[in-house]
Design a protein around this ligand. Structure first.
Ligand code: S3P
Length: 166
């Protein structure tokens, strides 16, 4: 069984995946980490040099790479993974997908000191997060088998639920 986490930047995908992997001894894969080790630089720098289209290409390759790994796995994805229909299909067919849903207001609060995320740079992060949410919420819902609110109690509820399925 593979589990994948999708949602906006700051929704907790990477940290939930890390917790799951640590607590239950599962393998994990994070598309952003796979990409960064391949390009040898932070994603922010790659965006500035090569642009978003080049990044999306690498992102699909990283997703294929993670999904093809044998055995159980928890997979954290970049917030834009759902933009490509090909990725949505890969995720839905290859894993059980959870959408960690959080309001743009809460995300803006969590990310107020963030400098890593290229799509949120240049001021007014809240407006940018609202736009991303408007563009992507439907895509996350289409891709996910389950929608969970990414507040703390539900994340632990989610962990427990997953473990009961194994
Ligand atoms: C992106 C989100 C980032 C990263 C890249 C693009 C996006 O991942 O993949 O900067 O399009 O929302 P996080 O969701 O982990 O921030």
């Amino acid at each position: 069984m593979k589990f994948a986490l999708v949602g906006l930047p700051g929704s907790g995908k990477s940290s939930v995946a890390r917790h799951l992997a640590q607590h239950y001894g599962w393998a994990s894969c994070d598309t952003d980490t796979v990409i960064e080790s391949r390009i040898g630089m932070p994603i922010r720098d790659f965006f500035a040099r090569e642009g978003e289209a080049a990044f999306r290409e690498l992102e699909t390759q990283a997703l294929q790479d993670c999904i093809q790994r044998p055995g159980p796995l928890v997979l954290a994805t970049g917030g834009g993974i759902v933009l490509r229909a090909q990725n949505r299909e890969l995720l839905r067919q290859g894993s059980l997908v959870f959408y960690l849903r959080t309001t743009p207001e809460e995300l803006a609060r969590r990310l107020r000191n963030d400098s890593k995320r290229p799509l949120l740079q240049g001021g007014d992060a809240l407006r940018k997060l609202r736009d991303l949410n408007a563009q992507r919420d439907g895509l996350y819902r289409q891709t996910a088998h389950y929608v969970v609110e990414s507040g703390r109690p539900t994340v632990w509820g989610l962990l427990h639920w997953i473990c009961m399925q194994l």
